[in-house]
Write a protein that binds this ligand. Structure first.
Ligand SMILES: [Zn+2]
Length: 227
């Protein structure tokens, strides 16, 4: 079984060279240089979190400089958060610059979204992006999943997700993640596959196919034997 964690802020349960799973480690632009030397086997997403989108000009400049590095395989996390961070008139322009960068560099977008489904839906319809947009840590309900699927969003699920939403997420639009949680990626796979009533090996094969399609340069982990 090959396990992939497509959004994490930490690399848990392994030394740098233990190939138990492959990660997309989320780093802030200024962290990238250090992180790329520390984690040789993993890849990165890089962006400005919506919480910190105020006065982010210098980070944005730096992001534009480094974002073409092949080790950065996704732009973000970026997005919109109605609960925390500056108002949307500050968040939205910064989000839109990430969208431009994602399209220019042909790298998928990793999205943080809290109570912003409407806005996100309309921004996507207006932007008509070619690149995949993945809502990370998705906890929306069935109705939101249905709505967002219609306009082509993809979803990454972590330890807390809405079981009712699962039936509306197409299998080819699904990923797994640990984000900031201490739950292991294996536990996340177990939770989601059992909610789907699927054999974990079968589930993992589907996720691996999605990862290979959307992030073809992410290095494969060694197979984890479950028995
Ligand atoms: Zn995150």
């Amino acid at each position: 079984m090959e396990l992939y964690d497509i959004h994490t802020h930490q690399i848990l349960l392994e030394d740098n060279d233990d190939p138990y799973h492959s990660c997309i480690l989320d780093v802030y632009p200024l962290e990238f240089e250090f992180a790329k030397e520390t984690y040789k086997r993993h890849s990165f997403s890089c962006g400005i979190h919506p919480w910190y989108s105020e006065e982010s000009e210098s980070q944005m400049k730096y992001l534009i400089e480094i974002a073409s590095n092949p080790r950065i395989i996704a732009i973000g996390e970026t997005g919109l958060d109605k609960i925390k961070g500056p108002p949307f008139n500050v968040q939205i322009p910064v989000f839109k610059r990430h969208i431009e960068l994602s399209e220019q560099l042909k790298k998928p977008l990793i999205i943080h979204a809290v109570k912003a489904w409407e806005e996100l839906y309309h921004i996507r319809k207006e932007a008509e992006p070619i690149q995949p947009w993945i809502i990370h840590g998705f906890r929306g309900n069935a109705q939101v999943a249905q709505q967002m699927t219609k306009v082509g969003f993809m979803f990454s699920l972590g330890e807390r997700f809405n079981v009712d939403a699962l039936e509306f997420i197409p299998y080819d639009a699904l990923f797994c993640e640990t984000d900031e949680s201490e739950t292991t990626i294996l536990e996340v796979y177990q939770q989601i596959s059992s909610a789907l009533n699927q054999d974990i090996e079968y589930f993992a094969t589907q996720i691996a196919q999605n990862v290979q399609r959307i992030f073809p340069t992410l290095q494969k982990p060694k197979e984890l034997k479950t028995q």
